[in-house]
Write a protein that binds this ligand. Structure first.
Ligand SMILES: Nc1ncnc2c1ncn2[C@@H]1O[C@H](COP(=O)(O)OP(=O)(O)OP(=O)(O)O)[C@@H](O)[C@H]1O
Ligand SMILES: [Mg+2]
Length: 366
């Protein structure tokens, strides 16, 4: 158990700045997720914390201890990699025990830790098998077990579920959350999958091009994204964006998108007063767009006339791709609403959940 602090960390590989001035405080026992697209610096962050790479600038603390110059093996950290090569000729037991033997852990202690980890992971019955006699999910658990037996202060996990099929991923995701609750250990978990990030993280750090975009709870990232990148990255389908202009007066402010004009609610308008008259990007999530006909008391100036382009039924809901002028956007609607491609319809926007971004800087204005 330990906190991990990254203080203005930068890592350059020649010309490439993989990690750019990142500051993150991971709390003791926290499950922190690092998320972002391929190449944004996630793995590099983990390797810096593990000591497998040296920082170009900045400080890394594990607990109160500055570890910049501490060797990986003395950092009390265990890392689970994406490609978790198990030793194929060794039994599960020996795979789990291997690292401890290297460290000259007493035999009795090894035996205790292996059985405890196997118990936690539900693989106690598999200890005599070889890796090739295991399913993908079981192999994944052995890989986790190798980290658990070390009883580290901090777990670093780099896309540990990416080799599993979709169904097993979801199941293992839930197991990992339970595992974290049981072990009460700090976990820093890397993924490029925003659903994984949202479901697992107590807090999420969103990275782009080596730069930290926002660090907060899943709900805050969703409700109040700091910029268009986070707004578009968190949530599925992604938030819809429209080029628009803020018009009207402070007391009657509108988003004018050319083909639609909607009223800005008072609390949002208050914050947007300095931007009145400016070009902005208007954002609305697919779930905040409904069929006008299905809701009572739709406020004035919250609707759009649209054409239905494509309908994707998903059973529980449907993704409806709509056209307003030339702009395509998507709504997540009740599957029971009868909607056909090609038809005209009127949709109502839940403007209490609207977003507005600066056109140039892409920073959130509300
Ligand atoms: N040893 C290295 N030498 C040179 N460049 C590197 C090295 N390791 C990483 N990079 C570069 O640093 C950037 C960040 O890489 P990193 O592996 O941290 O990304 P990532 O977020 O883990 O991506 P992915 O989701 O694809 O695993 C990339 O542009 C990558 O090409
Ligand atoms: Mg990576």
């Amino acid at each position: 158990m330990s906190s991990v602090t990254l203080e203005h960390i930068t890592k350059r590989f020649g010309e490439v700045t993989a990690v750019n001035d990142i500051t993150i405080e991971v709390k003791d026992k926290e499950f922190l997720v690092l998320v972002g697209p391929s190449g944004c610096g996630k793995t590099t962050c983990l390797r810096l914390i593990a000591g497998l790479e040296e920082v170009t600038a900045g400080n890394i603390y594990i607990g109160d201890r500055l570890v910049n110059d501490v060797a990986p093996k003395d950092r009390d950290i265990a890392m689970v990699f994406q490609s978790y090569a198990l030793y194929p000729h060794m039994s599960v037991y020996d795979n789990l025990a291997f690292g401890l033997r290297l460290r000259h852990t007493p035999k009795k202690e090894i035996d205790r830790r292996v059985h405890e980890a196997a118990e936690i992971l539900g693989i106690a019955a598999l200890l005599n098998r070889k890796p090739k006699q295991l399913s993908g999910g079981q192999r994944q658990r052995v890989a986790l077990g190798r980290a658990i037996v070390r009883e580290p202060k901090v777990f670093l996990m780099d896309e540990p579920l990416s080799n599993l099929d979709a169904k097993l991923r979801v199941a293992t995701r839930a197991e990992l959350i339970k595992l974290h609750q049981r072990l009460q250990t700090t976990v820093i978990y890397v993924t490029h999958d925003q659903v994984e990030a949202m479901t697992m993280g107590s807090r999420i750090a969103v990275l782009r091009d080596g730069i930290l975009q926002q660090l907060d709870t899943p709900q805050t990232l969703y409700d109040r994204p700091a910029n268009m990148f986070v707004a578009g990255f968190i949530g599925s389908p992604a938030m819809n964006f429209f080029d628009a202009k803020l018009v009207g007066t402070p007391d009657a402010m509108y988003v004018d998108g050319n083909t639609f004009k909607v009223r800005v609610p008072a609390d949002k308008a208050e914050k947007l007063v300095p931007h009145l008259g400016k070009e902005i990007v208007f954002g609305i999530r697919p779930e905040d767009i409904v069929d006008r006909a299905t809701v009572a008391n739709v406020p004035a100036d919250s609707t759009m006339k649209v054409q239905v382009n494509v309908v994707e039924p998903l059973g529980s809901e449907q993704f409806v791709y709509l056209l307003s002028g030339d702009t395509e956007f998507v709504a997540k609607m009740d599957a029971r609403t009868p909607i056909r491609a090609g038809q005209q319809m009127e949709v109502a926007l839940d403007l209490a959940h609207m977003h507005a971004f600066d056109r140039a800087t892409q920073v959130a204005l509300t």
